[in-house]
Design a protein around this ligand. Structure first.
Ligand SMILES: O=P(O)(O)OC[C@H]1O[C@](O)(CO)[C@@H](O)[C@@H]1O
Length: 252
């Protein structure tokens, strides 16, 4: 895993956007996997700036989002459909027929999962998959204990995840109980992965990840077996790794 440590969230966002833009500039028909949550917001702002100021062209790009809540209408303000429209798609020249997000309101959710995985197979897999990481190590909505071979499925959200995401809703009770998420096996199909982590609250997760032990109780550790992962992490999220390194140096 390649690790890039930045001084702050702004630098992290600029670096992440640069990596995505390089992919799109290298191949205008790239397939990009996208993430939601707080972490990629700065990256999306930089992508919009790049579109406006440097004419980065998204007209031939295809995107796959990792996940969507079950039971929220597409136009619900907290649906990931809305998140993507508001924070990226409405501001760049992306072709909306090529932006894929699971339908959390499908009549048959099982069928929706199969169809989504089939689309990833047929159109994808992503050339580059953007990922955040939960405080409990989740990637997409794959909670601890998820199989590393799993494909798109319905996931019961951990109480800790619902608490963490309650900040986007009026209360925790409003946070859906389930989501459709690409599985860890689906994510690992991506040719390259860009993992972002920012802030002190992610420090424990990053320290655990970089210990290098693969464990299904810590979903992000599945990435350790992928040949092309770049972690962009700010100093706040990297602090426990630096502290450990400092202690080791001291002991030598
Ligand atoms: O970026 P945040 O808001 O800290 O969330 C981290 C991860 O949690 C999720 O929002 C799901 O809870 C993911 O989509 C995201 O990658």
């Amino acid at each position: 895993m390649k690790v890039i440590v930045t001084d702050n969230y702004e630098q992290l966002s600029a670096r992440a956007a640069e990596i995505i833009e390089d992919q799109v500039n290298m191949n205008s028909g790239s397939v990009i996997g996208l993430a939601t949550g707080g972490t990629p917001l700065g990256t999306y702002k930089h992508l919009i700036k790049g579109f406006q100021e440097r004419s980065v062209d998204y007209s031939k790009v295809t995107t796959f989002n990792l996940d969507e809540y079950v039971g929220l209408e597409e136009d619900h303000p907290q649906s990931y459909h809305q998140f993507m429209e508001q924070n990226l798609f409405n501001h760049v020249n992306i072709n909306h027929t090529r932006t894929y997000i699971p339908n959390g309101n499908a009549e048959s959710l099982e069928e929706e999962c199969l169809l989504y995985e089939q689309l990833i197979e047929e159109i994808g897999p992503p050339d580059l998959q953007l990922l955040g990481i939960g405080e409990n190590g989740h990637i997409g909505f794959n909670e601890p204990g998820s199989s590393f071979q799993g494909f798109t499925h319905i996931e019961q959200l951990d109480e800790s995840t619902r608490e963490a995401n309650a900040r986007f809703f009026n209360s925790k009770e409003e946070v859906p109980l389930e989501a459709i998420t690409m599985g860890i096996g689906s994510i690992l199909k991506s040719k390259a992965i860009l993992l972002l982590a920012s802030g002190e609250h992610k420090a424990k997760a990053i320290s655990q990840l970089l210990k290098g032990e693969t464990d299904e109780q810590f979903p992000a550790s599945a990435l350790l077996d992928h040949p092309n992962v770049t972690l962009v992490v700010d100093r706040a999220a990297y602090q426990l790794v630096e502290a450990d390194e400092g202690e080791r140096d001291h002991a030598q």
